[in-house]
Design a protein. Sequence first.
Length: 98
Amino acid sequence: MKKEIEEVLDYINEMNPEALYPTDMGNAVIGVVERFGQDPLVLLDREKCIRILMGNMDDDSEQMTREEAEEYFQYNTIGAWMGEGTPCFATLTEDLPI
């Protein structure tokens, strides 16, 4: 799977060298977003990002709860505008609260 993600990122980089993504969430990359008149951007799975945050503590601190991960994600990930290369985040239909 890691090779597949690297291939997607290489593809996007060829199409749009300005496309960015949170490097600690590479495993949440699920594809490319394209829109008429705009360069392609990295697409990440929102749920995978939350799960990464809940289990991605490299030091001795406590793991994030779901609520903490959601709050961190909203403020520090979705809330981080990095210019035209800012990535997109998808909530998949099976993850919708409906």
